[in-house]
Write a new protein. Structure first.
Length: 367
């Protein structure tokens, strides 16, 4: 899979260089080697930022990450718009005289969409409220509330000021529990010493509970778990707890990263084994094996990971891997809530996939 992604990334850049070299104002004026050199640097700058950060965290790594992430967002939109222009014009065969102007227009649309996406990403997350009737929840636990944050991706691009605002928003909601759905810290940035104490300001009477996401594994899962515990979070690693009598909260390590070793979601059964009677909430970073979760007794499944596609129209591709990529759904009798994420990964952009905080009130069938 990584080789498929890398090959597609390289092929898409070859296409973009080919098309840019044919645009009026560029053709014949800029040397092709210059375009190729710039494309190679931009294509690799995000990865290069991670390598630099590993050995020398600081401003250089942060600058490279910003360049690489911004290019990633613009590139995806430019590729999409230019390819659409080529399809419409039959790659210049249907209207050879008009095709260059159409490509210029497509590039202009990509630039405009990049600005719109940047503006949308800078807005605070929208608050999504839910009431969920949870089978098995006793009347005494009726009205229990929690806030779900997920996919914060805190680091060089999503930093301390942004996090402080989110902490204040959560505190104002005064939930009984706070649930953090993974992909919390990004990379190895020097600002983590600011971010971890801010995460520690998340407080709730029944605790702050977290699970790992795939990015926790990228940066080292044990290191990530230690950071969460330093921030005062309890990490649910294939286990359950009972924060209130009759309310069972279970969590699993990321299922996407373990898909080869656990192809049928056995970790869900392990996490729910031996639980007491009551309503069951399962926190899982990736919305996988939802039917399995329902069969094992989860009445409510909470996930993130997908970002709702983050930048339109890429949600269509995310749908190929995950049956639910955002919003609320009913799967095999269980309620599923998939957050678009509270932060952003890669480009500081969101296009028609606004970030989210979820506030959930649990209702007992007995109340």
């Amino acid at each position: 899979m990584p080789f498929v992604v890398l090959g597609s990334w390289i092929a898409a850049h070859v296409y973009l260089v080919w098309r840019l070299a044919s645009l009026p104002g560029i053709a014949g004026r800029l040397p092709r080697w210059g375009l190729v050199t710039a494309a190679v640097f931009l294509a690799l700058s995000y990865v290069l930022a991670r390598l630099v950060e590993w050995v020398m965290p600081g401003h250089l790594a942060a600058a490279l990450e910003w360049i690489g992430a911004t290019w990633m967002g613009f590139f995806l939109l430019a590729f999409t718009c230019l390819l659409a222009a080529d399809v419409v014009t039959g790659f210049g065969r249907f209207a050879p005289g008009l095709a260059p102007a159409v490509r210029v227009g497509a590039l202009g649309v990509a630039l405009l969409l990049t600005l719109v996406a940047t503006g949308q990403a800078l807005r605070p997350p929208r608050l999504v409220r839910h009431e969920v009737r949870l089978a098995g929840l006793p009347a005494a636990a009726d009205g229990t509330t929690f806030v779900l944050l997920t996919d914060l991706h805190l680091g060089n691009l999503v930093g301390a000021r942004w996090l402080a605002a989110r902490v204040e928003e959560v505190a104002a909601l005064a939930p009984d529990l706070i649930l953090v759905g993974g992909d919390i810290l990004e990379g190895h940035g020097p600002n983590h010493h600011e971010l971890i104490p801010l995460l520690g300001r998340l407080r709730a009477p029944l605790g702050v509970w977290a699970v790992t996401g795939n990015h926790e594994y990228f940066r080292g899962v044990e290191k990530s778990v230690a950071n969460f515990e330093e921030a005062g979070m309890e990490v649910l690693r294939d286990r359950w707890v009972e924060p209130r009598p009759g309310l069972v909260l279970a969590g699993v390590d990321d299922l996407t990263i373990r898909r080869r070793s656990d192809p049928d979601g056995a970790a869900i059964a392990a996490a729910l084994a031996g639980r007491p009677p009551g309503g069951v909430v399962l926190l899982s970073h990736s919305p996988l094996f939802l039917e399995r979760a329902a069969r094992e007794g989860a009445g409510l499944v909470l996930s993130g990971h997908t970002h709702g596609g983050q930048i339109w129209p890429f949600g269509a591709f995310v749908h190929l891997a995950y049956p639910v990529i955002s919003g609320r759904a009913e799967v095999a009798g269980a309620t599923v809530i998939v957050s678009r994420g509270t932060g952003t990964w890669g480009p500081r952009m969101r296009l028609w996939a606004r970030s989210e905080l979820h506030h959930v009130t649990l209702r007992s069938p007995e109340a």
